[in-house]
Write a protein that binds this ligand. Sequence first.
Ligand SMILES: [Zn+2]
Length: 231
Amino acid sequence: MAYEVVIMRDNVWRIEDGGVRSYLFAGGERALLVDTGFGTGDLKSAAAGLTSLPLTLVNTHADGDHIGCNHQFETAYLYPAEFEYYAQSERASENAKPLPLWESDIIDLGGGSFRFEVIHIPGHTWGSIALLDRVNKILVSGDSVSEGAVFMFGPVRSLRAHIASMEKLLARAGDIDAIYPAHGPTPIGAASIEKLRGAGVKLLRGELPALEPPFDIPAKMYMDAGHGFFY
Ligand SMILES: [Zn+2]
């Protein structure tokens, strides 16, 4: 399958994989690939066609639609709280060897280009992370901040932890102009963090109506101002 590749800004691409996307950042010395989609194509070649810089792969989390091409890479950086879930994935034995990324670690792409700080934001999964570039004011959010409904049912998820993570991100909102999520519209504004936090609080209080999801999942959909959860 051919990917749809769209330029976000200079040296930044989104690589669309039919409902989920990866992001590629080319810096002064190295490139950063964030997530690897469903695994329907040859993502490594697609990335190599966009930049010849040495590539670092980071997974925002280990849901199947974010690690689908991890078997094409030698190593992948994940938050250690995600290692166990990653090891349970379908192609675990073939997948890139996990390397740890910790809170406040910096991924510097060199030459004053992009410099991402790791922020642990559990809730969607135990080890979900966001990557914040304070100079370019970009937050790469994985699934944890997006428009539409965030998956919040099943064993690796915690709505209470997610609310706390949104509060953590709110403290950094002054450093964020654009959020790059893995699903739905992109980029979105920093206001989505507060909207999602508010939706989570209302959901816990039982203030949001249960809607039927648009596909067959063992959960209901709860929405508030265009943001919400499958829960
Ligand atoms: Zn996802």
